[in-house]
Design a binder for this molecule. Structure first.
Ligand SMILES: C[S@@+](CC[C@H](N)C(=O)[O-])C[C@H]1O[C@@H](n2cnc3c(N)ncnc32)[C@H](O)[C@@H]1O
Length: 351
């Protein structure tokens, strides 16, 4: 074993390097102990094996096994607790103060994962529910259609949470509610990806889910680690979003086949697919309007409408100019109207 700048390297560990990012074919606990320095990772996103007896996993997660890479390593149910405690302790050690971890967990092993988290100083940020469509069909009980995502952080530093990375605070959803608020509710409805006739790991996380986590919880160039790489989905999204990536996978066929597929990833390639948020922080939010501002708003609205802007385009422009949200502008215009009509002389009724 040799040491390089606080991080050690283990000779003989099969390593894959893609666009300057390194991944290791080794058990994650041994790999983290050997290769990751304390406080070195900005974000961990990971989906550990579910401890539900490997051979039956396909019945839960994939409809057709033909394109699933074999070799998935599961954990014996009786060992799940100690296995989880070991890797969660390593995750805590390598996270930087303020760094975050998102752990995807089915309900069967949720107890062990929560228990392990609570043996560390990691603090809960959110307990998210990922609701997916097409759960496994059952006829004598309810259909299971959710996973848990445990979002925790290491105390002692500033946690990255990019509030307006996907929707500006004033952006509206189709039906008029706040898109930013709705996107940040703790139940996420996102479909799973079935990838028919494409090679895959047993249970690959959807790109959309990972993009959402990484947009909120990491910045460009941050180092994102996945302790259980599987199909390298976290790594693929991290590199695609201009983050750095690393991680571990113990299964040889999975590491070799799915790792080779990672070579096709384009660094920053996902950036062009993102919805650009309208960062509309209303700088005068909650401040009272004075008479001069109301008069200016009235004049400006009249002038924009004279220049053929539609009402909603004019209101959006006024929101930017006056540092207010859409509803605040609409309410103020209504107030001006009401005031003007109250002052208008009444036409006497004809007798
Ligand atoms: C649920 S899958 C991960 C799926 C992955 N998130 C994806 O989107 O493809 C869990 C993976 O962890 C691997 N694994 C099991 N035990 C491991 C260990 N001790 N260290 C590293 N990887 C392990 C399994 O072989 C499997 O590929």
């Amino acid at each position: 074993m040799t040491r390089t700048r606080g991080r050690r390297t283990l000779e003989g560990i099969p390593t894959l390097e893609v666009a300057g990012n390194r991944f290791f074919n080794i058990d994650c606990v041994a790999g983290a102990r050997a290769l990751l320095a304390d406080d070195s990772i900005d974000l961990i996103v990971t989906d550990p094996p579910y401890g539900i007896a490997g051979d039956t996993l396909h019945q839960h997660y994939n409809r057709n096994e033909d394109f699933v890479v074999g070799g998935y390593v599961d954990v014996e149910p009786g060992q799940y607790q100690s296995f989880t405690r070991d890797w969660v302790a390593e995750a805590h050690r390598v996270l930087r103060p303020g760094g975050s971890i998102f752990i995807v967990s089915g309900y069967t092993r949720l107890y062990e994962v929560l228990h392990a988290l609570r043996t560390t100083p990691l603090v809960e940020v959110n307990h998210l529910i990922w609701r997916y469509s097409f759960g496994v069909y059952t006829s004598r009980k309810f259909v299971s259609s959710h996973y848990h995502i445990l979002y925790y952080a290491k105390p002692g530093g500033r946690r990255t949470f990019n509030l307006e990375s996907r929707f500006g605070r004033d952006e509206k959803a189709h039906h008029g509610g706040s898109a930013n608020y709705l996107d940040r509710e703790d139940v996420w409805s996102l479909p799973r990806e079935y990838k028919p006739r494409r090679e895959k790991n047993k249970n690959e996380l959807p790109t959309e889910l990972l993009v959402k986590i990484l947009q909120y919880a990491s910045d460009p160039d941050d180092l994102v680690c996945d302790f259980f790489l599987g199909g390298f989905s976290t790594a693929r999204v991290a590199i695609g979003l201009g983050r750095r990536a690393t991680g571990f996978e113990v299964a040889v066929p999975t590491f070799q086949r799915r790792g080779a597929a990672l070579r096709s990833v384009t660094p920053d390639g996902l950036l062009a697919t993102l919805h650009p948020p309208t960062i509309g922080v209303a700088r005068n939010r909650s401040k009272r309007w004075d008479a001069a501002q109301l008069a200016a708003l009235h004049d400006r609205y009249g002038s924009l409408r004279e220049h053929q802007l539609t009402k909603s385009a004019a209101v959006a422009r006024l929101g930017e100019e006056f540092g207010r949200g859409t509803f605040a502008i609409l309410r103020a215009l209504k107030r001006i109207d009401a005031h003007a009509s109250a002052r208008r002389p009444r036409t006497p009724k004809r007798r």
